[in-house]
Design a protein around this ligand. Structure first.
Ligand SMILES: C[S@@+](CC[C@H](N)C(=O)[O-])C[C@H]1O[C@@H](n2cnc3c(N)ncnc32)[C@H](O)[C@@H]1O
Length: 323
């Protein structure tokens, strides 16, 4: 049933050139995202909803995650509040996708929550969520409503998010949120942010979670340069990426994970070589302050709770300080 849930919406998209897996190429060019709500965004929301339902030993509490779910995902998230069922679903997902997308997602979300709160404590005066998907930080992180939050996403996913948020989140809890629909590959991010009220050269925290692996090398480069040029010194760019070795077929256990997003029309198209990342960000006026794998994040947050769940060494969370 769950497997059906993953695959029932997958349709081939003529605009996306499906990568030849294990082709040895580092970058595969895509022609822009398909014009549908992102399935990968819903997968992450499902993982956060399952995590929230764990109760006492959860590392992320996302009371909004379930509202973004459809069909069998929504039903599974509801049933997961019965602990025996919740653990069973998690074990099933971990066996079916042994590289650990579920635990990787919740560990990365917890780490990014902490990094975001720290950036706000240090004086960030605006937040940008790039490829926001069904991230609910704007509504759930304490104190974030004191600053403007710009939720940037592909127009198709953003339309769904905005509709659901308007239906479920009280206006007093979303007045600080600005929706910015833009395609990060083909659109003009600078103009879209400007039109939404983003203030250039303000201390800012930018969160780019679960997105770079769906973009082109050119879009990643242009976005990083824009972030560095339009935010104050000391601002923070928090982003995730896939180790290029995983795209090049040098890591085992990746294929099942990649297949589910690829079949949903969102193939992984971009990765960094971790050893090259400090130089890459330095060339774009930033300093790499942190680079941890999802496995290391899981060791930090899950293991102390006795939770030894699979998480990926090739999926990484980084933070760059704008110089
Ligand atoms: C795996 S989801 C991550 C969502 C969210 N950041 C999170 O962690 O829950 C990937 C997100 O990237 C967005 N995305 C992918 N390609 C994009 C593009 N070309 N332009 C804008 N957004 C894009 C999708 O719409 C989706 O919301």
């Amino acid at each position: 049933m769950i497997v059906d849930g993953w695959h029932c919406h997958s349709t081939p998209d003529a605009r996306v050139m499906t990568p030849h897996w294990k082709s040895g190429r580092s970058f595969i060019i895509v022609g822009g995202m398909r014009n549908e709500t992102s399935r990968s965004a819903e997968h992450v929301a499902l993982f956060r909803a399952l995590e929230t339902a764990r109760g006492h030993d959860r590392v992320v509490d996302d009371p909004y995650a379930h509202m973004f779910l459809t069909g069998s995902h929504r039903m599974i998230a509801g049933l997961a509040w019965v602990p025996a069922i919740g653990r069973r679903v998690e074990r099933y997902l971990d066996r079916r996708w042994p590289a650990g997308p579920r635990a990787s997602a919740v560990a990365r979300t917890r780490l990014i929550d902490e990094l975001t709160l720290e950036a706000l404590r240090r004086g960030a005066r605006q937040v940008v969520l790039l490829g926001a998907g069904f991230d609910s930080r704007a509504y759930r992180l304490p104190g974030i409503d004191a600053v403007p939050v710009f939720e940037v996403d592909h127009p198709a996913t953003q339309a769904t998010k905005e509709r659901l948020v308007r239906g479920a989140v009280h206006p007093s809890k979303r007045g600080h949120v600005h929706f910015v629909p833009v395609d990060l590959i083909t659109g003009d991010l600078a103009a879209a942010l400007r039109n939404a009220g983003f203030v250039t050269l303000e201390p800012t925290v930018i969160i780019w979670e679960g997105v770079t692996n769906y973009l082109t090398a050119e879009a990643v480069d242009a976005t990083m340069r824009l972030v560095a040029a339009s935010t104050a010194t000391g601002s923070s760019l928090i982003f995730t990426y896939v180790d290029r070795a995983a795209l090049d077929g040098q890591v085992t256990g990746v294929e099942e994970w990649h297949a589910v997003v690829r079949d949903g029309g969102e193939p992984w198209t971009f990765g960094f070589v971790p050893a090259e990342l400090p130089g890459y960000v330095a060339e774009r006026d930033m300093r790499l302050a942190l680079d941890l794998s999802a496995r290391e994040a899981a060791d930090r947050y899950l293991s102390p709770l006795g939770r030894h769940e699979p998480a990926a060494g090739f999926y990484r969370i980084a933070q760059a300080e704008i110089l």
